[in-house]
Design a protein around this ligand. Structure first.
Ligand code: KIV
Length: 271
C-alpha cells in the first residue's frame, strides 16, 4: 500500500496535533499538477505554492513581480491533484499590505483551492493575521529571511545573528502565534534561535535554513532536485535527486530524512 493510500488528508487542527505529538512535518514547494501529484503520493504533508515561482518558474531575480493572478493560477493547478497534503499558497508582494487587500487576495487563493495562506513579516502584518484568522482563513506566518523584503534587507542573508535581532525575531514569532497564525516558516536563522522559537510557540515551525529542531522542514522543489536556478545556491540546500535516483525517490528520501531528523544536518544549517 502506498503512503498515499494509508494516510488521512491533512487538516489545520491536525498540524497542531502533530506538534503536540512530536511528529515532524515534510513540506515542499510545487507549482504544477505533475510535481504536486508525486509529492502527494510520496509522503509530503504540506505543499506550498510559493511566490518563489517568480524566480524558479518565471525567471525573475526576486519574488516581487508575482501577482495574485499568478498565484491563483498555480494554486488551482496544484489543488486539482492533491488528495492528502495540505495546500498553502503565498500572498504575493503587497497583496497583504492592508487587511482588506489581504482578505481579497486570500479569498482568490482559497477559491483556487488553497487551505491556508502564507504572509511574510510581523509589525503591521499582525493586524492582517488577526483580521484573516478572525474570518476563518488559516494563516502561515513567515519570519527570518523574508524574500519580499529583499530590497530593504540588501540581499538573501542570514537573519537574527546578533542578540538584539534574535530577541526581536523571538518576540515576532510569539506575536504572530498570538495573532492567530496556525503555522510559522522560519527562513535562514541560526539553529539555536530556531530551536528557542520552536520551544516558545504553540504552533508548528517549519524551517528552511533554520536547523534540525523545527517541527518541520520546507525546501524549494528546484533546489532539492539539484536544478541550477541561476542564483547562488544557499548552504541549506541538499540535492535529494542524487540519492533518490528519480523524482519520486528524491521526494521520498526528503520526507524520510525530515521525519527521522537526519535532514538538515550541520552541513545544511547555520550554527
Ligand atoms: O516562496 C517560497 O517558496 C517560500 C519558501 C522559501 C518557504 O516562501
Amino acid at each position: 500500500m502506498s503512503v498515499h493510500a494509508e494516510q488521512k488528508p491533512w487538516t489545520v487542527p491536525a498540524l497542531a496535533e502533530a506538534k503536540r505529538e512530536g511528529r515532524r512535518l515534510a513540506m515542499l514547494t510545487a507549482y504544477d499538477a505533475g510535481f504536486a501529484r508525486v509529492m502527494d503520493r510520496n509522503g509530503i504533508d504540506l505543499v506550498l505554492v510559493g511566490d518563489s515561482l517568480g524566480m524558479v518558474v518565471q525567471g525573475h531575480d526576486s519574488t516581487l513581480p508575482v501577482s495574485v493572478a499568478d498565484m491563483a493560477y498555480h494554486t488551482a493547478a496544484v489543488a486539482r491533484v492533491l488528495q492528502r497534503a495540505l495546500l498553502v499558497s503565498d500572498l504575493p508582494f503587497q497583496s497583504d499590505a492592508t487587511p482588506e487587500r489581504a482578505l481579497d487576495a486570500s479569498v482568490a487563493l482559497l477559491q483556487a483551492g488553497a487551505q491556508m495562506v502564507k504572509l511574510e513579516g510581523a509589525g503591521h502584518k499582525l493586524e492582517v493575521i488577526r483580521f484573516l484568522a478572525g474570518r476563518d482563513i488559516p494563516v502561515c506566518a513567515h519570519l527570518g529571511l523574508t524574500p519580499q523584503s529583499v530590497l530593504k534587507l540588501g540581499g538573501f542573508k542570514l537573519q537574527g545573528r546578533d542578540e538584539k535581532a534574535a530577541a526581536r525575531l523571538l518576540a515576532d514569532a510569539q506575536a504572530v502565534a498570538e495573532a492567530g497564525a496556525s503555522l510559522l516558516v522560519l527562513e535562514c536563522v541560526p539553529t539555536p534561535l530556531a530551536q528557542k522559537i520552536t520551544a516558545a510557540v504553540h504552533i508548528p515551525t517549519i524551517g528552511i535554513g533554520a536547523g534540525p529542531h523545527c517541527d518541520g522542514q520546507v525546501l524549494v522543489l528546484h533546489d532539492m532536485l539539484g536544478l541550477d536556478s541561476g542564483h547562488r545556491r544557499p548552504r541549506f540546500v541538499k540535492d535529494f535527486l542524487a540519492e533518490g535516483g528519480s523524482v519520486a525517490g528524491a521526494v521520498r528520501a526528503y520526507a524520510e530524512a525530515v521525519r527521522d531528523g537526519s535532514f538538515p544536518d550541520a552541513e545544511h544549517a547555520y550554527a
